[in-house]
Design a protein around this ligand. Structure first.
Ligand code: MN
Length: 224
């Protein structure tokens, strides 16, 4: 028996409720992969099970693992880190953004359930874009025209709703981006988000996305 196991077992036998010595405890990691809030196949047929498995279990996990390597044992929140990400190595920008963006995106999505924007959000969309259809068209254009890998965003900025897009894993919480604000809604347009089912047809993936928006979550973001 290893010394650490012996110590653990001795503590259990003694019925002691004590904190294990640090050499016997697993190494603490600052950031962890959140569970997907629904089954991998819950977004079918719009987003397929295999895409969700790979996207969550491999891509998102890699961002978390690489963020922990780049920033071991930080005491800051991820939001604090992103707000001053210009002072960090590029690995923190890429993987910290990747972790935040995907954690948010899983909640933006949900099984198609007919949810609608709250009255307050619907009113603000009409005020800032003219109509819901005009908003949808502008967001779709931002997502379609983002060249290469990146994200489309609906953000709250000084009380108004604004659509933007970012390259790579940048997001509107970062001090390095052109258009900053509080994310309300997001769409991942990296090829890994849709290529297995939609191949080169990003526009079809974006059209399918509208069936999966969890407007209850999005409406709550608008209140915050
Ligand atoms: Mn992704």
């Amino acid at each position: 028996m290893k010394r650490s196991e012996f110590l653990k077992q001795s503590l259990v036998l003694a019925g002691a409720s004590v904190v294990l010595p640090s050499f016997a405890a697993p190494v603490a990691e600052s950031f962890s992969l959140p569970a997907l809030p629904y089954a991998f196949d819950a977004l079918e047929p719009h987003i397929d099970r295999l895409t969700m498995e790979i996207h969550h279990d491999r891509h998102h996990k890699a961002y978390v693992d690489n963020l922990n390597k780049a920033l071991p044992g930080t005491t800051k929140t991820l939001e604090e880190i992103l707000a001053s990400v210009s002072t960090q190595p590029v690995a923190v920008r890429n993987n910290g953004g990747g972790h935040w963006n995907h954690s948010f995106f899983w909640k933006v999505l949900g099984p198609a359930n007919g949810s609608k924007p709250s009255a307050a959000l619907a009113k603000q969309i009409d005020t800032d874009f003219g109509s819901f259809d005009a908003f949808k068209a502008e967001f779709t254009k931002a997502a379609t025209s983002r060249f290469g890998s990146g994200w489309a965003w609906l953000i709250k900025k000084e009380g108004k709703l604004v659509i933007s897009s970012t390259p790579n894993q940048d997001n509107p919480l970062m001090d390095v981006v052109e258009v900053k604000g509080q994310p309300i809604l997001a769409l991942d347009v990296w090829e890994h988000a849709y290529y297995l089912k939609y191949m080169n047809k990003r526009a079809d993936y974006i059209a399918a996305f509208w069936n999966l928006v969890n407007w209850d979550f999005v409406s709550t973001n608008f209140l915050n």
